[in-house]
Design a protein around this ligand. Sequence first.
Ligand SMILES: [Zn+2]
Length: 496
Amino acid sequence: MMISKTFSSCLDGFDGQLVVLEASRQNSLPQIHITGLPGTVVQESRERVKASLNHLGFDTPSKKILIHLSPAETKKTGSHFDFAIAMNVLSADGFFPPKKIEKCAFLGELTLSGELRPVSHFIPLLEALLKHPTIEKILVPCDNQLESGLFRSDKVFHCRDLKEAIRFCFYDEPILSVPQANQHHPPKNQPLFPFIEQVVGQEYAKRVLTIALAGCHPLLLEGPPGSGKTLLSHSAASLLPSLNDEELVEVSRVYSFFGEQREGNRIAPFRSPHHSISSAAFLGGGSSQVMPGELSLAHRGLLFLDELPEFRRDAIEGLREPLQSGEIHLHRVSKSILLPARFSLIAAMNPCPCGYSNSNHERCSCSSEAIRSYRKKISGPILDRFPLYLWMETSWNQKQESTNTSSETRQLIEATRKKLRELGLSGGGWLRLKAHLDLPSSQLLSKWETKSRASFRRIENILRVSLTTALLDKRDIISKTDLEEAWALRSPESLI
Ligand SMILES: [Zn+2]
């Protein structure tokens, strides 16, 4: 009995997993039979494969073709198995030698006429195949070339249809080159944001925003409506450095779970979900299929939460883990899935439900009880995670001063981030942070450590912010002024 073997992959949580397809022809009524926990869509693949092969003139299956997908215990879902099943049926049914495809892998859904349709969740599926040393050629649909292009691998070949794949694999004919798709298409769902130049006045707020983005320090803005919190936050989009190669793959991977191709688009994500968002859409969810939430969609970009106290409590509390580790665990019955969620965070809030408590210009109409319960929604542990806090006030006589342009500020932010990475201080490194203090700042810090009630986390945050301001100023020694500014910008321990 001849066995034909080839490869494909399936999703396992947020990752791809290799799938081996084995096919054999058996002396029984003509049919395609699939074993190895195929889902409904994979079962239906039998009909699509048969129709497309018949359309190309192959009278198959001539006997029973048994296809087994392993590992058998993993449930296989997705229409992208069509391609591998079709190629495997052809060789198992005796049309072509199985040896020709034993080191090949296939991803793609087939139409009834044998055209290849693009694959969703393509990046993790391709990664699983690229990792496997036995696989020499990976055939994928042309329509996935923006995503496959991120890997610059010479193992990947793009096909328009099954006919082209058959010629390539079994007759060793080259694949006609595919016209390069336009790499510069604008991102979907990404509105145009104002540049920082369009924010009139508010010079200190712009400085704080620059510190926040350069050091990836979460920033909480509080102030009455019309004080410019939203405009300032939206202008942050113009200050985000472009994604590097590694970040581009990470971000594209998250978006591929939505069938959205961001590939070739190096603009960092900017997400601003509405406060009515569900926990699943915010944190991530999905039962059989993982769906990254806003926290992951903002990965390597910026998450802006306007009207923070209006968000669901579990959404607000759910910020803790990603702010700590840059990742979020989704707990499932069988296992826990880890999603990336490393973003810059800006949150904005009104001081009270009507918005005008503490305002110089309008009178607040809220009861003290209403103000209390509103502000209580932001707990101490959450405030602890905002190293930067700024009260913004409407100012009527703004002078339009000359200010840095978006591109100058973005370059400064990029250079500072690069320096921080070189210093290896992006995670941990308390002692190494202290090594950057000069004598007066070191003395000031010791005083705070002994006399203030600030937690370890807060002192560490103050040090981190100080280092960022020093680096923005092109120094790598923290001065007393840096420390004092960071201290002044720390968030209150409680809002009540
Ligand atoms: Zn009020």
